[in-house]
Design a protein around this ligand. Structure first.
Ligand code: PMP
Length: 289
């Protein structure tokens, strides 16, 4: 089946899904996006993703040309048109086409783009055995420069760190903030577990406040775990009993090594495995939003 791509109110065949080379989304990375997933035809936390998209847009002064409800409906309709049950959905809003020059006032018509695709996960064996990561030398964007809370179309900060990881055979890389504190990985949030307590960096560490992160915090608290959002450094990572990452694409994936240090037992730990199972049950059941 030929996938259909939504662009500003219409569905196009993949080959015909095109936008202008003068779009400031392309010229300057000027725009915002979301990565969303559906399970069994139901979109996981669609409202939260749409809200984050609108918040990102507001932060960069971009007026999205439709309401939140229309945006949510467009996602659901695009998914239905593509007859995908388990899908990865890429929702983007660009600044729109304009003349050369940074000034957003040179643009007209922000473009809303929705691409749906099969989900490509990390290989299953990594969920069983855990990821190895390194700390990247690339510092996560300073919140006063480009706040990581904004999910902007300019992901070069993360891509530079990702390259550092892949060059040494690691599929994810840990990024520290400008103070040297643990922030997040290139496309995932990070959790540590020590003596049965979960810890994850707070929003003001300079992170994207992941929807999966939020769901896992809720879930862990519901089943009785203590979760702290607190400042963490690399010492905390190296001495953790367990470590895992969260993200829409990755879901919840264990980490067993960082910078050559074996974390905990070197195997995915029991709390990580329990939370992964509970998260998988949640995404298939969640009808709450
Ligand atoms: N941090 C970054 C930098 C990301 O790109 C992502 C993935 N969108 C995440 C964290 C995880 O966020 P979410 O759980 O909302 O996918």
């Amino acid at each position: 089946m030929i996938p259909k791509v939504y662009i500003s109110g219409k569905l196009y065949e993949k080959a015909d899904a095109k936008i202008s080379v003068f779009d400031h989304g392309l010229l300057y990375g000027d725009g915002v996006f979301e990565g969303i997933r559906s399970y069994g035809g139901r979109v996981f936390r669609l409202e939260a993703h749409v809200e984050r998209l609108f918040d990102s847009a507001k932060a960069i002064g971009l007026q999205i040309p439709m309401s939140r409800e229309e945006m949510a409906r467009a996602v659901i309709e695009t998914l239905a048109a593509n007859k995908l049950a388990d899908a990865y959905i890429r929702l983007m809003v660009t600044r729109g086409a304009g003349s050369l020059g940074l000034d957003p006032r040179r643009t007209t018509d922000p473009q809303v783009i929705i691409i749906t695709d099969q989900i490509s996960l990390y290989p299953e064996e990594l969920y069983d055995h855990g990821l190895k990561i390194i700390t990247a030398g690339t510092t996560r964007n300073h919140p006063n420069a480009l706040n990581p809370k904004i999910k902007s179309l300019n992901y070069l900060n993360n891509i530079l760190a990702k390259i550092e990881g892949t060059e040494v055979g690691c599929l994810e890389a840990l990024m520290l903030n400008h103070k040297g504190e643990v922030a997040e990985c290139t496309g995932d949030n990070i959790f540590l577990i020590r003596h049965g307590v979960l810890k994850t960096p707070p929003g003001d560490a300079g992170i994207l406040e992941g929807i999966t992160r939020g769901a896992v915090i809720e879930l862990a608290r519901q089943v009785g775990y203590t979760v702290y959002e607190c400042t963490l450094d690399r010492y905390d990572v190296y001495t953790a009993d367990e470590c895992f990452l969260t993200g829409t694409a990755a879901e919840l994936i264990p980490v067993v090594e960082c910078d050559g240090r074996v974390l905990g037992s070197g195997r995915p730990g029991p709390i990580t495995r329990e939370l992964r199972q509970r998260f998988q049950a949640l995404v298939r059941e969640d009808r709450s939003r």
